[in-house]
Design a protein around this ligand. Structure first.
Ligand SMILES: [Cu+2]
Length: 169
């Protein structure tokens, strides 16, 4: 009896020490964990952009940058004192290939929809609401495919002065 028990124990020890397959499995698990961790915690996948418009009917920036697929939070600040009715500003990002002049013309008639023409909604990637002096607003969107996109203020008469490019890399 004793002899066969010893044999059984040594046999199990032998298998335990030679368990190459289970060691490999453990290593594989560790590798998987290491690979997935940085992607989940990557803070660079968000871009915080800020732009200001004033009573001088100008944006402080005419070029903004983002990376394709990034979550972009754009904050628009109206640094002036004039009310929304006479010096309203918004920030409207237009899809590639949009006729900016035609879009801005349509927007003039869309006061009830914050100067975003509903019929041309498919040309809008993202937009803020229209604000007056002293106000701040923001919009969050996913940066589109690599390319250069026009942004404008669609308040009547502003887009000729208030326009710029979002460069997506
Ligand atoms: Cu404006």
């Amino acid at each position: 009896m004793k002899k066969s028990l010893f044999f059984f124990l040594s046999l199990s020890l032998f298998f335990a020490s030679c368990g190459g397959s289970s060691e490999e499995a453990e290593q594989a698990e560790e590798t998987t964990t290491e690979e997935s961790a940085p992607a989940a915690a990557a803070p660079s996948n968000e871009a915080m952009l800020a732009i200001t418009g004033g009573d001088d009917m100008k944006y402080d920036l005419t070029e903004l940058k983002a990376t394709e697929g990034q979550t972009v939070k754009l904050t628009l600040t109206h640094s002036g004192k004039m009310p929304k009715e006479s010096m309203g500003h918004n920030w409207v990002l237009l899809a590639a290939g949009t006729d900016v002049d035609a879009f801005a013309k349509e927007a003039i008639n869309a006061k009830d929809n914050d100067y975003i023409p509903a019929a041309l909604a498919s040309s809008v990637i993202a937009h803020t609401k229209t604000i007056g002096g002293g106000e701040t607003t923001d919009v969050t969107f996913t940066a589109p495919a690599k390319g250069t996109y026009d942004f404008i203020c669609t308040f009547p008469g502003h887009y000729a002065m208030m326009r710029g490019k979002l460069i997506v890399e």
